[in-house]
Design a protein around this ligand. Structure first.
Ligand SMILES: [Zn+2]
Length: 322
């Protein structure tokens, strides 16, 4: 079982960014003419260090949220206060486009909202080993509005420029009570999305997703065309960590997820055994791993508790609890 290790956590949290490897895959593909598979991966640590250096007070803010989360996990009285089934999150989608294709349609935006609602509230089939761990989170999403802005930028980095008017971006709409999603064209380094954790600056709060990994129709492109880049990033926004804990056999501060050696890519064959202590079967289909959209299927009950704790007073997302 994973233990709550606050000190370790604070050294390795803040903003996660997710990247895909494109050309690298060619090098290990025997036939270069074969279509290049895209993989998801994260550059979390580099971005985290930038955030912590830029804002020394962040550690303290996140420590308070983590203390509350730990208290909820072990205190039945607090646990009963969780807003199970009563959360509806208004969403504003901010679209920055250079090309016509990047100016994604309202139908594509709605397809992403639909995918979020499905993933956060459906018990999809999983291997029997994980069957009883599946959670319907009771968290719902509703499209509030779409903001569109033309840009001359061909690529964006993870420096949050897309969230700042002065840098050509779109400022977030009331981030204390609205989930802001920025949809952008290409991002440097093959980044396809990143998120900010509870406790971060309101001015940069929300998640960013590349236009070809957003929604389930239009420009959404396989293997990231089921809307699960957003499912994963919103998980971070609600304080979930990667299932491998961003370290070899690291912890995600959730009790009912197995230890993973590292991130998994593509569609691993089940069962994929960890070499971590106890050699557990890895939960490669968890939304917080890095498998392809079509191979993801669940949040656990422990992850649900962690997410719902953010909605309590002092949890970082209390502005969404009504
Ligand atoms: Zn991530």
């Amino acid at each position: 079982m994973k233990k709550l290790a606050l000190i370790l956590l604070l050294g390795s949290m803040m903003t996660f960014s997710c990247t895909r490897k494109d050309n690298q895959i060619v090098e290990r593909t025997p036939a270069p003419e074969v279509a290049v598979a895209k993989e998801r991966r994260c550059a979390a640590y580099e971005v985290l260090q930038q955030q912590l250096m830029a804002d020394p007070s962040l550690v303290g803010r996140m420590a308070k949220i983590e203390k509350l989360t730990a208290d909820v996990q072990k205190n039945k009285a607090l646990y009963r206060l969780l807003p199970d089934g009563t959360i509806e999150i208004p969403v504003v989608v901010n679209i920055l486009y250079k090309t016509t294709a990047q100016n994604v349609s309202l139908a594509q935006v709605q397809s992403q909202i639909d995918a979020l609602n499905a993933d956060y509230n459906t018990l999809y089939p999983v291997p029997a080993l994980f069957d009883t761990l599946r959670a319907s989170t009771g968290i719902h999403f509703a499209l509030k509005s779409v903001v569109r802005k033309s840009t001359t930028k061909t690529s964006w980095s993870t420096n949050d420029a897309m969230k700042k008017t002065a840098q050509g971006g779109i400022a977030p709409t009331t981030p204390d009570s609205v989930l802001n999603i920025w949809v952008v064209g290409a991002m440097t380094g093959g980044v396809i999305g990143y998120a900010q954790f509870p406790g971060g600056s309101a001015a940069t709060d929300g998640v960013v997703i590349a236009y070809d990994c957003f929604g389930t129709v239009g420009t959404a492109t396989s293997p990231f065309n089921l809307g699960r880049t957003a499912t994963h990033e919103v998980g971070h926004w609600l304080n979930l960590r990667h299932i491998w804990g961003d370290a070899t056999c690291g912890t995600d501060y959730v009790d009912d997820t197995p230890f993973h050696n590292a991130a998994n890519f593509g569609c691993p064959t089940y069962p994929h055994l960890s070499t971590c202590s106890g050699t557990p079967v890895e939960m490669t289909m968890n939304y917080m791993d890095y498998t392809d959209d079509g191979c993801m299927a669940l949040f656990t009950k422990g992850q649900k508790t962690r997410m719902l704790a953010t909605f309590l007073a002092g949890g970082g997302r209390n502005g969404f609890a009504h």
